[in-house]
Design a protein around this ligand. Structure first.
Ligand code: SDX
Length: 393
């Protein structure tokens, strides 16, 4: 006997996830939300419209969209007592840690959408609260970390403009909403909105399958996204490009370093578990980054470094053989920088974008009455053996 494979013990283990939300073909570099190609949504849709599409399964009519949007706008405030939470955080608290704890705390202030009997109206209210309040939590925590006064939401503004206003407006002067920046933020959030069974979405489904609250499942997703191999990569890409820029080192050396197995350095923003072709999101972000930097008259040397890094890597057999292409994180940081988002907030921005996808995945899992997630294992440990008393060891 080399160790039992315990799958025959009759547990109702869950197999591969069935989902109707996002279609992804990694070989061909295809990504669709509820059947709609990401290229069309990025060009023509808005983030809230895509959020509705992912969560409720179809593009909303004008009336449904305005109800959904108004239902979110009126929930952008957070309970005043929640301020004591982030006011107690040290200025250098990790933004993802603050986000996770604040979203978790929402279940204390708004206890609903949990347990085995869900009230659909309560679920819809919780969905709108989450999409609304994540912007306020993210912006206010950032303001607190910078020692700035908080800016209250302006319900007359659209979702992205409201977030930018809370992030960057000052009570002492008029804040001008820049339509180029608003459109770029919309596109970034749309491109991050869902991505099939990625690490954090699977975490949300698994946590939610125990019938914990939707807030608890989203908190688990935030924690999974935090990792540098997942949502933390966009920040690491910028740090890598800045290192090349500051050291004046050539990109070929960075590529060689990424191939060297003796170090655990990887070319951040490159490679993907599923895409073995270009990540379609990376293509769109690269094009939008060019356009936005042009329109805003920004000369960012990191964009040119990123382009030459991509060119060297894509002509290097190591990357070609392993089908390693730029992923969504490779250019997103350059676009976030161009619209003023500080590097330490990049992964928080990823969470803002991914929230509707997490919600959609949780809702599908609960609507389908899926059993508690209980993956099985292949046991490879030692066979049965008898205890040895301490004096005989
Ligand atoms: C996201 O799943 C999703 O959909 C995620 C995401 C989403 O929207 O939710 O798309 C968002 O997480 C994008 C990925 C962001 N992470 C990074 O950019 C970090 C850098 N990338 C790598 O760590 C890696 O490519 C992963 C983690 C993304 C994927 O890793 P895999 O599929 O487990 O690939 P692997 O580790 O098996 O690598 C296969 C080979 C290995 O070499 P060999 O053992 O065959 O010699 O490719 C090498 C790896 O060493 N490799 C890299 C590399 N990525 C893989 N070598 C250098 N640089 C890299 N970036």
């Amino acid at each position: 006997e080399t160790g039992l494979i315990t799958s025959d013990l009759g547990y109702k283990s869950t197999g591969a996830t069935k989902s109707a939300i996002t279609f992804l073909n990694g070989e061909k570099g295809v990504l669709r939300y509820r059947g709609y190609p990401i290229e069309q949504l990025a060009e023509k849709s808005s983030f809230l419209e895509v959020a509705y599409l992912l969560i409720y399964g179809d593009l909303p009519g004008a009336d449904e969209l305005s109800k959904f949007r108004d239902g979110i706008t009126r929930h952008t405030l957070i309970h005043e007592d929640m301020k004591m939470l982030y006011e107690g955080y040290p200025a250098k608290a990790h933004p993802m840690g603050v986000l996770a704890s604040m979203i978790g705390a929402l279940s204390t202030f708004y206890p609903n959408a949990q347990g085995s009997e869900l009230d659909p109206e309560e679920v819809d209210l919780t969905i709108r609260r989450l999409i609304a309040k994540i912007t306020t939590i993210a912006a206010w925590s950032y303001r607190k970390s910078q020692g700035f006064p908080i800016m209250y939401p302006q319900n007359k503004l659209d979702y992205c403009s409201n977030f930018l206003h809370m992030m960057f407006a000052l009570p002492t002067e008029e804040y001008e909403i820049n339509p180029t920046i608003v459109k770029a933020l919309n596109t970034l959030l749309i491109l991050h909105a869902d991505h099939e069974q990625n690490c954090s979405a699977s975490t949300v489904r698994m946590a939610g399958s125990s019938h914990a609250s939707l807030y608890a499942a989203i908190t688990a997703g935030v924690c999974a996204l935090w990792g540098p191999l997942h949502g933390g990569a966009n920040q690491q890409v910028i740090e890598m490009l800045e290192q090349i820029h500051s050291e004046g080192s050539d990109v070929a050396r960075m590529v060689e370093k990424a191939k060297d197995k003796s170090s655990d350095f990887r070319l951040m923003g490159f490679g993907h578990r599923v895409y073995k072709n270009f990540d379609p999101r990376a293509k769109i972000i690269k094009k939008v980054a060019d356009e936005v930097l042009n329109e805003l008259h920004i000369e960012d040397p990191l964009l040119e470094i990123a382009k030459s890094l991509e060119e060297v890597a894509l002509n290097d057999s190591y990357f070609v053989e392993r089908k390693l292409y730029p992923n969504v994180d490779f250019y997103s940081g350059i676009l976030y920088r161009a619209i003023g988002i500080p590097t330490e907030m990049f992964t928080v921005m990823f969470a803002l974008g991914r929230l509707p996808g997490w919600i959609a995945q949780w809702k599908e899992m609960r609507d389908n009455n899926e059993p508690i997630s209980r993956p099985r294992q292949i046991y490879v440990g030692p066979n049965k053996r008898d205890y040895v008393d301490l004096e005989n060891r």
